[in-house]
Design a protein around this ligand. Structure first.
Ligand code: BES
Ligand code: MN
Ligand code: ZN
Length: 518
């Protein structure tokens, strides 16, 4: 049975439930309209195929280009005791790769949606490395459950009823030789719900997903998580409260918009003793026009995505709480819009951050680092063992690493190792970039302590270096998700639009051991 957690996979849906995933060693009964997905290895025995599905199916497969190579699929329909069952044969890659494992389940669920099946039977007998036994079983269950849930994800709340295709899939039987993922399956469903929550926020239009909307989302999260019995709390600071704290950089960005800024601070405390205090900060620019350094239409087109860091940490907060991680988690978002108006900040302005550092603005489009600066100073006052910020920060990071890989910059080797290990388990790809001291001179100003942008080349690094001025000497990591936060086309378990990256990695990190020795 699936967990009774609130469904957030497609936010217009009113059911409160996720998929019912049943792990079984017995062949599930064939029902009408069911989809059976059977992974096959390239060296599978064609005779066995004939015995199982009949001579006609065997012949059809043989006459097709299907060679059970990774990515190959062959679909047909068969009759079993009067019930028509859809069958999809898939070539399996090596399933020791977490991303491949999750994708197998994802593709199966997507096919179920395509044929309108309510019940999916995922036959794990032919899958290499599966079913996993012993120590691996929970992680395999986790990844399969994630894939299954994400396979039903769609963002359709702005489609009229006639354009929607409500999810058909309700139940999954994962059928293998051993059937014990432990709580891995439930775990995976919670991770997927968090990923979907981040996608929903990222996909939301900027007129809807405003700073106030993010704050309200945090409020609703705390309400339901508290009702579930978790120790969570929320503080939302308005403009005046941020001003009293001296957050001049953040408020400088926010001042061009009529939407009021909202500084969000969520706290989760574990039931037992906390292993450490972790602070997660997300860039929450709900629309980035560039300000007076105005972006051209092409560059502005996707700038509703500029709150995907915030979406990730808010969603990860919800997931981490439901997974009852052993760390005290603080989530911070300095939410604002970057617009032009008679009140907007200008090139040449000097802003003062809450630690007293002054910043000359030489580009109003480098706004994310300004909002993050004050959030990092606030975060450092919480004295966390580790502080991580997630931000759609620079186009330069996309130039460096392409659209699917996040850039990681840090002053701490142990944090880097823990994060990369978590990303390998989650299947979300990351790569480290340096913080070269000698580029810091690009951030020098003649009239202020620093300026907000350097030269064009290495823009991801100078952005990281700018942020490093505000970590207040603490262990800190910066993850630039400008590339992977949104997908222009489907890949892996990602649908076009908000990807939910790096929610799964954050949750892997918080569920594992984080080194805290300095
Ligand atoms: N939000 C953008 C970064 C971005 C660009 C994210 C493309 C996703 C896709 C950020 O605020 C920005 O505008 N950065 C500038 C920095 C520059 C002015 C130093 C950029 O990347 O051009
Ligand atoms: Mn910008
Ligand atoms: Zn931005």
């Amino acid at each position: 049975m699936g967990p009774r957690v609130k469904r957030t996979l497609a936010d217009h849906k009113d059911e409160d439930r996720m998929l019912d995933i049943d792990w079984t060693t017995e062949e599930p009964a064939v029902t009408a309209g069911q989809l059976l997905v059977t992974p096959l290895r390239a060296d599978h025995d064609p005779e066995a195929l004939g015995q199982r599905f009949g001579a006609a199916a065997k012949q059809a497969v043989e006459q097709s280009p299907f060679a059970a190579k990774p990515g190959d699929t062959f679909t047909f329909t068969r009759e079993v005791d009067g019930a028509m069952q859809h069958v999809m044969l898939v070539g399996t890659p090596s399933l020791t790769d977490p991303a491949a494992l999750r994708q197998l389940a994802h593709d199966a669920a997507r096919e179920a949606q395509r044929v309108g099946a309510k019940h999916l039977v995922l036959d794990l007998h032919g899958a290499e490395g599966l079913p996993a036994e012993g120590d691996d079983a929970p992680q395999v269950g986790n990844l399969l459950a994630q894939g299954l849930e994400l396979g039903t994800y769609a963002y359709d709340r702005f489609l009229s009823e006639s354009g929607r295709r409500p999810a058909s899939l309700r139940a999954v039987s994962a059928w293998g030789r051993s059937a014990a993922p432990g709580d891995g399956s439930t775990h995976g469903q919670i991770v997927a719900a968090a990923v979907a929550r981040a996608r929903d926020l990222g996909n939301g239009p900027p007129g809807l997903v405003t700073p106030t909307f993010l704050a309200t989302t945090a409020e609703q999260m705390v309400e339901s998580l508290s009702a579930e019995g978790h120790d969570v709390s929320l503080k939302v600071l308005d403009h005046d409260e941020c001003k009293a704290l001296g957050m001049g950089c953040y408020l400088g960005v926010a001042q061009g918009s009529d939407e009021p800024p909202r500084f969000i601070h969520l706290t989760y405390r574990p039931k037992g003793t906390s292993k450490a205090r972790i602070c997660l900060i997300g860039k929450g620019v709900t629309f980035d026009s560039g300000g007076y350094s105005l972006k051209p239409t092409d560059g502005m087109l996707d700038m509703k995505l500029d709150m995907c860091g915030a979406a990730a940490v808010l969603a990860a907060f919800e997931g981490a709480t439901r997974l009852q991680v052993a760390y005290e988690v603080h989530v911070l978002v300095a939410a604002a819009e970057n617009l032009v108006s008679g009140k907007a900040y200008k090139l040449g302005d000097v802003l003062t951050a809450s630690n007293g550092k002054t910043v000359e603005i030489n580009n109003t489009d480098a706004e994310g680092r300004l909002t993050l600066a004050d959030a990092m100073i606030y975060g450092s006052k919480l004295e966390p063992e580790l502080m991580i910020d997630f931000a759609t920060l620079t186009g330069a990071c996309i130039v460096a690493l392409g659209p699917r890989i996040a850039g990681v910059m840090t002053n701490d080797e142990a944090a880097h190792a823990d994060w990369m290990a978590a990303s390998e388990r989650s299947g979300e790809t990351m790569w480290r970039l340096p913080l070269p001291e000698n580029l810091k001179e690009q951030l020098k100003s003649k009239i202020a302590d620093m300026r907000n942008t350097g030269e064009r080349w290495g823009g991801a690094l100078t952005a990281g270096l700018f942020l490093s001025e505000f970590n207040e000497g603490r262990r800190w990591m910066h993850v630039d998700i400008a590339g992977p936060a949104m997908a222009s086309k489907a890949y892996g378990v990602t649908t076009p639009g908000g990807s939910g990256v790096p929610v799964a990695t954050i949750l892997e990190l918080l569920c594992g051991e984080i080194q805290t020795t300095e």
